[in-house]
Ligand binder design. Structure first.
Ligand code: SF4
Length: 650
């Protein structure tokens, strides 16, 4: 095949561009057909972006679509022509003489499906926005008629979709094997084939290991050394000794409730300090255990602890939103609609066999993105335990609902209750004949591992009686950096009495870099924890800064988790549908992209788990724009090119 020089490629592309497209500054991409560049700065603040350049790229990415939009007299004519165009594009995929790579053809079909959905009138009606109308007005140069500002994020979505429908996703562009055509190992046989395949697998394997190095766990010698120093410093500050450190009551007594100890013990940014002060001043729940503080790097320049800090040090936007909604938090921030799924106080039910009981309404420390931030008033709130009357009523509720056999005790963190309170509750629940499993949802192994005392383990072990009744622990590690020898000991205490320990991770901007979650899975397994769920962040306005687009969680599953052995990737990526419950994101037939909004956010229609069982209506969800997420990653020093296939996950 003849190859063109860079300048020839550029000229050829200019020639192919629609003549009407504005002649604008050429963006400095290294690859002709790529909208991305290695220049991270392109994704820094919006004002640095060459907006007109992107519009130019949009039309250039599919001149045929540009012509259709430009020559359509109105929106409906544009819609008809677009449907015809997509119909033709789809037929081309099935033509015998189409020599596009079969995997690229699959992307074409996927893009056509998504495109059709976006231009469907019913989806415009439901989302009150027409992406097609905006594209048509842009092509017609009727920008003054656009009601909303069309963002670069929106344009990038369509650049990728325009390219995707013609088989130019370029997903495989940089793959050396694909450039060679059919990979060598498929043309060979026996040992020769195996050795050729080895090369590819070794490459992939070593690149995974390279990523893993970016995310050390707390089990590594160097990190253990830092934490030892942190511990001594914290003990000196609180005038404690080694015995105190091993006593969870001491930690609870010394929970950090304001910025002063933080300022004295670790380096804080001005924003972090202000946000904590503001949170405390406005009575927004805040707290950090001394143990968890010891996981934070003393100096900001070390920088491995971003995820640890982000969990407990609220960002400014969060504090502002919490203040703004002081009076209506219980409604505004109840994203999961728990008010509407709670048949009586302390009980929540969304599934036929499982129910939640919430006897205790506080925790040893407060996670910023807590789902229940609308009902947890303060750290270690003295009145957190529900009255015995309420607990009795909640426990009796199970007598009337015999189909519920799996109970999750959560809250708040139930293992912050006193030993005798834990025992009484387990006793009451275990006495129900239909109950075959009790799950304890607790973050104590992560934030206060010394709470897992021998006495607590003795109490819990009394109720774990397989096959009649299983007790399981569901915990919540977010990052490899939280995995420490202390956390491992706590987990192992459960494992030694035969109790399974599972992890529910929340997929946030703090653990979503390439292979960051894959590393967490490996580290979890190494201490005896099975990855169970990876949650897409709840669409709670106040924690928007933490959110990751659904496309990224799908990309992570396919391009990172899939590279791990099956025993490590036991978690399922899920989206929690308000009032209804978990939607398995891997089940492509249970969600679909229906619109792209002017700011570049995708609107998804999520189908309930009851699909094909009962006719429950779907739920529409507005995601965070992919472009904004990539900008955030770029600001954190990530090479955006590394994530470029994200646009093709729907
Ligand atoms: S431990 Fe759970 S309930 Fe407690 S603050 Fe964190 S997320 Fe919320």
């Amino acid at each position: 095949m003849e190859t063109m020089t860079d300048s020839e490629k550029k000229k050829a592309a200019e020639k192919k561009s629609p003549s009407e497209a504005p002649k604008l500054k050429w963006l400095s991409t290294k690859l002709l057909d790529d909208v991305f560049t290695d220049e991270v700065s392109l994704f820094k603040p919006h004002f640095e972006v060459d907006y007109e350049g992107y519009i130019h790229r949009l039309w250039e990415s599919n001149p045929e679509i540009y012509e259709i939009l430009k020559n359509s007299k109105d929106l409906e004519a544009a819609r008809d022509s677009m449907y015809n165009y997509l119909e033709k594009a789809e037929r081309k995929v099935f033509a015998i003489d189409n020599d596009l790579h079969i995997l690229e053809k699959s992307t074409v079909r996927e893009c056509i499906r998504v495109f059709r959905s976006i231009i469907g009138p019913i989806n415009e009606f439901r989302t009150e926005f027409s992406a097609l109308d905006s594209l048509w007005k842009l092509a017609q140069n009727k920008r003054d008629e656009l009601k909303d500002k069309i963002s670069v994020g929106f344009i990038l979505e369509f650049i990728n979709l325009f390219r995707g429908v013609t088989g130019k996703s370029n997903i495989y562009l940089e793959n050396a094997q694909v450039k060679k055509g059919i990979p060598e190992f498929l043309k060979m046989k026996g040992r020769e084939a195996a050795n050729a395949r080895m090369e590819i697998l070794d490459d992939l394997g070593s690149s995974v290991r390279k990523y893993f190095k970016k995310y050390p766990s707390g089990l590594e010698d160097e990190v253990i050394g830092w934490r030892k120093e942190n511990k001594s410093r914290i003990l000196r500050y609180f005038k404690g000794d080694e015995d105190n450190w091993n006593d969870y009551q001491w930690h609870l007594k010394n929970v950090i409730r304001n910025a002063a100890p933080l300022v004295d013990l670790i380096e804080l940014t001005t924003d972090q300090k202000e946000a904590v002060n503001n949170a405390v001043k406005n009575k927004i729940a805040f707290g950090i255990t001394p143990y968890y503080l010891s996981l934070m790097d003393r100096k900001l320049s070390i920088g491995y602890d971003h995820s640890v800090r982000a969990q407990v040090i609220p960002p400014k936007e969060y504090v502002d939103k919490m203040i703004e909604h002081k009076g209506d938090r219980d409604v505004t921030f109840d994203f999961m609609g728990e008010h509407d799924t709670s048949p009586i106080e302390l009980i929540t039910r969304r599934y036929p066999i499982v129910s939640i009981i919430k006897p205790f309404n506080t925790c040893a420390q407060i996670c910023v993105y807590c789902q229940r931030n609308w009902e947890i008033d303060s750290v270690l709130e003295p009145k957190a335990l529900a009255s015995s009357k309420k607990i009795e009523e909640a426990v009796s509720w199970f007598d009337k609902h015999k189909s519920v056999g799996d109970i999750l005790i959560t809250g708040g963190d139930p293992l912050i209750m006193k030993d005798n309170q834990v025992e009484r509750l387990l006793e009451a629940l275990a006495s129900k004949k239909q109950v075959y499993r009790i799950r304890i949802g607790s973050r104590t192994p992560v934030v206060l591992p010394m709470r897992i005392t021998d006495n607590l383990i003795k109490i819990i072990s009394r109720f774990h009686k397989p096959p009649k009744l299983e007790i399981a622990l569901v915990t919540h590690f977010e990052h490899s950096y939280e995995i420490t020898p202390e956390a491992m000991n706590a987990v192992q205490k459960f494992k030694k009495i035969g109790i399974s320990v599972y992890n529910q991770q929340v997929f946030t901007v703090e653990n979503s870099r390439r292979f960051e979650t894959a590393k967490l899975r490996i580290d979890l397994k190494s201490i005896g924890v099975d990855p169970y769920y990876t949650f897409n962040m709840k669409g709670k306005e106040e924690t928007k800064r933490y959110m990751v687009p659904i496309a990224r969680i799908l990309q992570e599953r396919k391009e990172e988790a899939r590279l791990l052995p099956g025993l490590d990737r036991t978690d399922e990526p899920v989206f929690n549908v308000p009032k209804l419950g978990k939607n398995q994101l891997q089940a492509g037939q249970d969600h679909r992209l229906v619109m792209i909004l002017p700011d570049g956010s995708r609107v998804y229609e999520f189908h309930p788990w009851e699909k094909n069982i009962s006719a429950i209506p779907p739920y529409n969800y507005v995601d965070v724009p992919i472009y904004d997420y990539l900008e955030e990653l770029a600001a954190r020093g990530e090479n955006i090119r590394d994530y470029r296939t994200i646009w093709f996950y729907y």
